[in-house]
Design a protein around this ligand. Structure first.
Ligand SMILES: Cc1ncc(C[n+]2csc(CCOP(=O)(O)OP(=O)(O)O)c2C)c(N)n1
Ligand SMILES: [Mg+2]
Length: 858
């Protein structure tokens, strides 16, 4: 027996609303396509008073019809693969077999977009749109189609019936376009699939873009995420003199996927207090009558625009005085607005059931098919598209022109605006050293000097983001060129704060990553620096950004962006002072799971390599570069020329630590990472000292991807080059900063791969001494040397005593640190010497290196 189906689609006499305890509308029943208050010719209905607002009845009617067209296109994308304009009766075989897409958010987003178009057009405003609920892909597709930008980048989607048919067919289908606001749609710079990042992206886009207004639509479900909750403070970092504005539009459609949202069930009074407390002036709009909401929204946008421009003019004319109170909008409209009120007696419009596909079984149920057809026809497509299927000129005219269209605005395709950084010559920042492994220095210091001068040369398009660690990460020379950005009150004891600062210190990895993404996506440059362990907080964000970059490759009209650079300087291996919580290496593991064309991983072993790597990263495009190099005083190894050669090759033999005279060595000692480099060089030193006749080769890897096959990565080494470094069959003892499986995976398929014995990070740690960290993870120089000896049969007779000695050293270390609370002098003070006699006294500081911070522990 078929279930009796009932739909209330357009009966003006059945208008009714239920209100819950807090006075919110919980049930909406009204005409689906047009408010009953507006007649077909746009004149107000005689019996309903016209609400007040800035729109003339004629304009309101046109905007409402534009909205009908957009809503119609959203439904068409979700359901149809034939008969796009319903020129014939709708049949089940014209319905897509899999109904994918989200209706619920779309009518609200369409409405906002249309109103922003009016603002842009009337004020010649420079506005872009960020769809927090990025599952509203149908909406952004529809809006860019109607404004013409979709057809410009996808010429096959023509402005006629066939174009509409193709657009519908391609939505969420194989070989077509995805369901979210991905890079395929020209009015998006924010995919919004993983909810929570709209507001940080919006602020990142607004920084240093004084003319730009970023309208940020935030879902009420999205606003429950921690990153979104934590993003509101971005306003404390937005300077009205030099930055653009963000206009948050909180879209309270009441529901997420299947439940109510916290903010929708919070009274306006409490929301007002919340947002005032966050530094905003909220403007509330609520309604289910399109005519009323059109007027309210138009009025609110006019007011917000005027307030934004007044704040900016005042600050730009009289200088920054204090953090302004920026406007925002809270918009309460029904979820899935204009869809059937009820189906099978179950309420749909204005409920969570409208979230995705309100009628899911239209192919199977003739009754549901009828409801769908009635629903779609209620928008009167024949009035909106002409005989050829082209959007009628009268309505198309409402959209802005050229680059003012939100899909044509170059900020959404930031590569169009990108100019190369003016980079100082990085070799001028070289740290003077007398020879390899003889002096210690904090590698990031010189990088900080390099960044300082980049700030000076690029005063409007380069920023450093950091969770409060610029000093701690030894990058503080940048504060000679700029300050820490801060708009809230400053007091006299504050250090280097200024509203004009370009160092963005906020204790939120989400904000750092998200602001930087927004900044880069709109055509600028930068990096963020983090503790290695806590970068993992944004693993998923990084993955999403990498996915965006990867997908952009399919669309040549998306111009290349500056790479996203992450600097991990307070790394796991040297967080001996902070303890286990600060010791984790998984950030790189996660990133490398992305396609290798996008992610590049560098482990510079010393200060000069770090400079060389960063100079490269800041020139690169469309990558995610992750650079790991510690901030603690470490031995320095290479001259500038050697560093240049080494970094351009990605991996090379370190001659000073090698004694194989170019012949086949007994063992290859390989390393990637600054601490592994020290331990491998020390292992080479121990072996040469205690095992006469042994032939060792030291290979350092700075660019991890060279280990891959050329087919797997453009930097990958061919087998000949690989064998020239690692030989074909000598055992390789590999000390790696990160977990050992990464190396095993990368060398898979190389000649005799079972000869690779990797010592990596085993997640063993605590608060202890630096050397104990490598001992706990079984990557100390003694472990490595023992490993090497175990794999050299030729030297077996000599080895056992030496292995005993090294094991005793490990035992001695264990007791010594418990008694003296620091590492043994022979470890602490070790430095490279080529006569293999033990060095005495601690290694001196490199020339010009600040002494105060040696062994400091933040
Ligand atoms: C971080 C994250 N968690 C969960 C989801 C799954 N999800 C997709 S849509 C959605 C509800 C979104 O609700 P809201 O932000 O209110 O959007 P709208 O009501 O406008 O559709 C959820 C939970 C997601 N996309 N991202
Ligand atoms: Mg919602």
């Amino acid at each position: 027996m078929p279930v009796e189906t009932q739909a209330v689609v357009s009966d003006p006499t059945s208008l009714e609303q239920d209100r819950d305890r807090s006075g919110k509308v919980t049930k909406f029943v009204f005409d689906s396509a047009l408010s009953t208050a507006i007649s077909a010719n746009g004149q107000p209905h005689a019996t309903v008073p016209t609400p007040k607002g800035p729109l003339t009845p004629h304009m309101l009617d046109k905007m409402n019809r534009y909205w009908r067209a957009a809503n119609y296109l959203c439904i068409g994308q979700i359901y149809l693969f034939e008969n796009p304009l319903l020129r014939k009766p709708l049949t089940a075989n014209q319905i897509k077999p899999r109904l994918l897409g989200h209706w619920g958010t779309s009518p609200g987003q369409n409405l906002i977009y249309i109103h922003l178009n009016r603002l842009i057009k009337e004020r010649d405003a420079n506005i872009i749109y960020i769809a927090g609920p990025g599952h509203g892909g149908p909406s952004l597709n529809a809006m860019s189609y109607l404004e013409g930008t979709y057809t410009e980048v996808h010429p096959e989607i023509t402005q006629d019936e066939n174009g509409l048919r193709l657009m519908f067919r391609k939505f969420s289908t194989p070989g077509g376009v995805p369901s979210h606001c991905g890079p395929h749609v020209p009015n998006s710079m924010h995919e919004g699939g993983e909810l929570g990042y709209s507001l940080v992206h919006a602020f990142g886009a607004a920084f240093d873009n004084p003319d730009l207004i970023v309208a940020c639509i935030i879902g009420d479900g999205e606003s429950e995420t921690c990153p979104l909750e934590g993003s509101w403070k971005s306003v404390n970092f937005l300077n009205p003199v030099r930055d653009g504005a963000v206009l948050p539009i909180l879209h309270l459609n009441g529901y997420k996927i299947s439940g109510p949202t916290v903010q929708a069930r919070t009274s306006d009074e409490d929301l007002k207090a919340l947002y005032i407390g966050r530094g905003y002036k909220p403007c509330f709009i609520e309604g289910d009558d399109p005519e009323v909401v059109h007027q309210l929204l138009a009025g609110a946008l006019d007011d917000c625009y005027a307030e934004i421009r007044a704040i900016q003019q005042d600050a730009r004319h009289s200088g920054f005085k204090k953090q302004p109170v920026w406007p925002m909008i809270v918009l309460r409209t029904p979820k899935g607005w204009t869809c059937p009120k009820e189906v099978d007696g179950i309420p749909i419009e204005g409920t969570f059931r409208a979230h995705q596909v309100p009628l899911a079984s239209v192919r199977e149920s003739p009754e549901h098919l009828k409801i769908l057809e009635a629903w779609m026809r209620s928008y009167k497509p024949q009035e909106l598209f002409d005989g050829d299927g082209k959007f009628i000129e009268e309505l198309a005219d409402l959209a802005p022109m050229g680059n003012r269209r939100m899909g044509g605005n170059p900020h959404v395709n930031g590569g169009r605006l990108l100019t190369a950084l003016d980079l100082p010559e990085f070799t001028n920042y070289a740290l003077e050293i007398p020879g390899p492994g003889q002096v210690v220095a904090e590698a990031p210091r010189k990088l900080g000097d390099f960044f300082r001068d980049i700030f000076k040369l690029n005063p409007t398009n380069f920023r450093l983001f950091c969770p409060d660690e610029t000093n701690s990460n030894r990058l503080n020379s940048v504060l000679e060129a700029t300050k820490r950005c801060f708009m809230a009150e400053a007091v006299s004891i504050d250090d280097e704060l200024s509203p004009n600062g370009r160092v963005m210190e906020v204790l939120s990895e989400h904000c750092c990553q998200g602001w930087l993404e927004g900044y880069l996506l709109t055509g600028r440059h930068g990096l963020w620096s983090s503790y290695e362990a806590f970068a993992q907080v944004v693993d998923s964000m990084l993955t999403q950004h990498a996915k965006w970059l990867e997908q952009c490759r399919d669309f040549p009209w998306r111009k290349p962006l500056a790479s996203l650079n992450v600097f991990l300087t307070s790394h796991a291996r040297r967080n001996d002072h902070n303890g286990f919580s600060h010791q984790a290496t998984g950030f790189v593991d996660n990133a490398l799971a992305r396609r290798s064309e996008t992610v590049r991983v560098y482990y510079p072993p010393d200060s000069k390599c770090l400079l060389s790597v960063f100079a490269h990263c800041l020139r690169s495009r469309n990558y995610v570069n992750i650079v790991t190099c510690g901030k603690q005083p470490q031995l320095q190894w290479l001259s500038m020329d050697e560093a240049l050669q080494h970094c351009s090759r990605g991996a090379s033999i370190w001659r000073f630590a090698t004694n194989d005279s170019g012949e086949e060595p007994d063992v290859v000692l390989a390393c990637a990472g600054d601490v592994p480099t020290i331990e491998i060089c020390a292992a080479s030193w121990l072996l040469q000292k205690y095992v006469p006749g042994i032939k060792v080769r030291v290979v350092n890897v700075v660019d991890l991807s060279v280990l891959m096959m050329p087919d797997d990565h453009p930097h990958g080494m061919d087998n000949m080059s690989f064998d020239a470094l690692f030989t074909k069959d000598a055992p390789v003892i590999f000390a790696f900063h990160n977990n050992r499986w990464l190396i095993h995976t990368m060398v898979h398929g190389r000649s005799n791969e079972s000869r690779f014995h990797v010592r990596g990070y085993m997640d063993r740690g605590t608060t202890t001494t630096p050397f104990d960290m490598v001992v706990l993870n079984r990557m100390s120089r003694f472990d490595l040397a023992i490993d090497a000896l175990k794999h050299i049969p030729r030297l077996r007779s000599q080895s056992s005593d030496v292995i005993d000695l090294f094991n005793r050293k490990l035992y001695e270390h264990h007791g010594y640190i418990r008694q003296h609370l620091e590492d043994m002098p022979e470890i602490r003070d070790w430095q490279w010497t080529s006569d293999f006699k033990e060095a005495s006294g601690p290694p001196p500081l490199a020339k010009g290196h600040p002494r105060g911070s040696l062994f400091s522990d933040s």
